[in-house]
Design a protein around this ligand. Structure first.
Ligand code: NAD
Ligand code: TDX
Length: 355
């Protein structure tokens, strides 16, 4: 059998491919547009080994997707591809609507046509797994209970609104057409291969380069951090055991304030790569203008996936951040390879004040 994975030249999809081949020999076909965030180097070892094929293309290209489905006859499509960065969605929402909503719609249409025409047995076994985010639920106050699967949707950024739209489409395709869908809504991931526009890799690399560490607003916003491999394992288990049409919240009960995250990173770097002048990397922390519409707090209640699927995270924030900081210190070739012209151009336009 084969699975098709969209967006696996990116952060979570790429980690998923590594995770998959540590547990399975089932071939993977990756469909990825290779935007600024997609880097084939992330999955190069599997491409070289011949168990993984990379097709450069858009999930919104229905004919291309239909051709891939007809050629590879997958037993599942796992949908990671998205525009994923909240700040970029504020500066330019168009791409987010196009990929996350229109692209997901086109993908669903191609998958529905393929699935409808399958024989009874492969049809019953087929799964479409949609990878989504906790941001669709909006923002919590410090005293609100964590997001559960029944929390009403209240997306606040163009990114989260576009992901919410895609979640609704997936839900509707199950409800209306019976498409065998599964949806996961996960909290903030961190770990290897994370594109250095996101908080944790940005802080590690800026610190090492002697640049300011830009903390938005008062730095008291809370995110619920999950090591990326724990997310990958949750997806693998939901694919195997999830109930059709259901959504599963994924999170590791690791709520941390942004400023504390940055301070932990600085302390790790102080220990692993002390600065020549003896000062702490924390002296580079700089408070900058807040993100417009910045959600205050996210928190996941993982009761359903723990009880129904039996999933538990393996990493604490302490062990996960250790692995992550070490990985960024040791993988400078990958870091250089993602710093493409497109990335640099966007950063210089939008982040010149912070660099
Ligand atoms: P990413 O930005 O690192 O990777 C996205 C990948 O999708 C890239 O390889 C990119 O080239 C590809 N892509 C973009 N547009 C495409 C298109 N039109 N057609 C085909 N490929 C396209 O994102 P990520 O952080 O790995 O996130 C993966 C998924 O997980 C997303 O759906 C995101 O919403 C979701 N998610 C992310 C997090 C997180 O903390 N990063 C948390 C929860 C959920
Ligand atoms: O320079 C920064 N300074 C800063 O204070 C950056 C880049 C971020 N922040 C803050 C904003 C957030 O409160 O840190 C927090 C984390 O920011 P991001 O890394 O941009 O993540 P977030 O906006 O929380 O969204 C992430 O988690 C949910 C992913 O990018 C999404 O794809 C996922 O759905």
């Amino acid at each position: 059998m084969t699975i098709i994975v969209t967006g696996a030249a990116g952060f979570i999809g790429g980690n998923f491919v590594h995770h998959w081949f540590e547990r399975s020999e089932e071939p993977v076909v990756v469909l990825d547009k290779l935007t600024y965030a997609g880097n084939p180097a992330t999955i190069q070892s599997h491409l070289d080994a011949g168990r993984c094929t990379l097709v450069q293309g858009d999930i919104g290209d229905r004919a291309l997707v239909a051709g891939l489905l007809a050629e590879h006859r997958p037993r599942a499509v796992l949908h990671f591809a998205a525009e994923s960065h909240v700040d970029r969605s504020i500066h330019g929402p168009g791409e987010f609507i196009q990929t996350n909503m229109v692209g997901t719609f086109e993908l669903l249409e191609a998958v529905r046509a393929y699935w409808s025409a399958l024989e009874a047995e492969p049809k019953a076994a087929f799964r479409f797994l949609h990878v989504s985010t906790d941001e669709v639920y909006g923002s919590l106050s410090e005293t609100d209970p964590a997001f559960s699967e029944t929390t009403p949707y209240a997306p606040n950024s163009p990114y989260s609104a576009s992901k919410a739209g895609s979640d609704h489409l997936v839900r509707a395709y199950h409800h209306t057409y019976g498409l065998p869908t599964l949806t996961t809504n996960c909290s903030n991931n961190y770990g290897p291969y994370h594109f250095p526009e996101k908080l944790i890799p940005l802080m590690i690399l800026n610190a090492l380069e002697g640049k300011p560490l830009p903390v938005y607003g008062d730095g008291q916003n809370i995110r619920d951090w999950l090591y990326v491999r724990d997310h990958c394992e949750a997806i693998r288990q939901v694919l195997a055991k999830g109930r059709l049409g259901e959504t599963y919240n994924v999170g590791g009960k690791n709520e941390i304030r942004n400023l504390d995250v940055v301070q932990v990173i600085c302390a790790k770097l102080d220990a692993l790569r002390p600065k020549a002048d003896g000062t702490s990397y924390a002296s580079q922390i700089t408070f900058v203008a807040d993100r417009p519409g910045h959600d205050r707090r996210y928190a996941i209640d993982p009761t359903k996936i723990e009880a129904e699927i039996g999933w538990q995270p393996a990493e604490s924030f302490e062990t996960g951040i250790d692995k992550t900081v070490t990985w960024y210190l040791e993988n400078t070739a990958w870091i250089d390879s993602v710093r493409t012209g497109a990335y640099r151009e966007w950063v210089s336009k939008n982040y010149s004040a912070r660099d």
